[in-house]
Design a protein around this ligand. Structure first.
Ligand code: NAP
Length: 245
């Protein structure tokens, strides 16, 4: 593998994945929305950064579609990692509730699906092989609290989308996996502390401490090697044993 595209590379899990891949001498094209990339990425010859709001179709088409030009430097791996975790209590107005649903679906699911479509079509046209890794959540499997129902639904959709890709495209050389993290020590987990309290992070876990983003990066880097293609369509759960399947 020479070139990988990852969304949400500026912080948290995406940053840890990018660091890991750069150390392995792999070229990474990473995206961010509003925060800056870490200085070490900006200084690395292996890293290219793209600023894009994944809720904005026109921006995605303009800034990211060219990456999947089959005659260009087509990435072998796509990691759909960027995501948002917004709460919308069932008691708020329908308009406010639906605006959280729309934004969550657009960022977490619709943009990931569209990037996957472009990636797959380019590889099919080229006759080359590719790997898609979709970072969903344990919420896809165990649900979430009512405030985060939109988030759970978006991640459940992502897991089902991944299986659909695997069913139809594995034979043609495109494999796809879902990674389903539990609480991981990033800014996103801090947001849930504000809503659910700190004890929620390790409640029911097999460990006393929350999972580090580097462990998720290790898993993604392994899947990106393409050594377990017959796991296509599977979900890999990394959640501190908060549930076990
Ligand atoms: P994070 O620390 O909040 O980072 C989110 C990343 O996504 C940032 O790079 C951010 O860019 C980018 N992003 C957010 N909204 C975007 C938008 N509209 N357009 C473009 N980029 C956008 O989150 P994380 O914890 O690393 O989460 C990464 C993935 O893991 C997400 O899909 C999340 O759902 C999943 N996950 C996380 C946990 C957890 O406990 N942390 C648990 C389960 C699943 P900026 O830096 O520019 O804002």
């Amino acid at each position: 593998m020479k070139h990988i595209v990852i969304t949400g590379a500026s912080r948290g899990i995406g940053k840890a994945i990018t660091e890991k891949l750069i150390k392995q001498n792999i070229r990474v094209t990473g995206t961010r929305r509003s925060s800056e990339f870490p200085p070490e990425f900006q200084m690395s010859e292996l890293f290219s950064g793209v600023q894009v709001d994944l809720s904005d179709f026109n921006a995605i088409e303009k800034r990211l579609k060219p990456l999947f030009d089959s005659e260009g430097d087509l990435p072998e791996v796509l990691v759909n990692n960027a995501g948002i975790f917004q709460d919308a209590d069932f008691e708020i107005s329908d308009d406010d509730w639906l605006s959280v649903w729309d934004r969550t679906m657009n960022v977490n699911l619709r943009s990931a699906a569209l990037l996957s479509k472009w990636f797959i079509n380019a590889h099919l046209k080229n006759g080359s092989e590719g790997i898609i890794i979709n970072v969903a959540s344990r919420a896809a499997y165990r649900g979430d609290t009512q405030e985060y129902a939109a988030y759970a639904a978006s991640k459940g959709g992502m897991a089902a989308f991944t299986k659909s890709i695997a069913r139809d495209f594995s034979k043609k050389g495109i494999v796809a996996y879902t990674v389903a993290p539990g609480f991981i020590e990033t800014d996103m987990a801090k947001e849930s502390v504000e809503v659910l309290g700190a004890e929620a992070l390790t409640k029911g876990s097999a460990f006393d401490e929350i999972t580090q983003p580097e462990e998720v990066a290790n898993l993604v880097a392994f899947l990106a090697k393409g050594e377990v293609k017959h796991m296509s369509g599977s979900t890999l759960h990394i959640n501190g044993g908060s549930y076990m399947v």
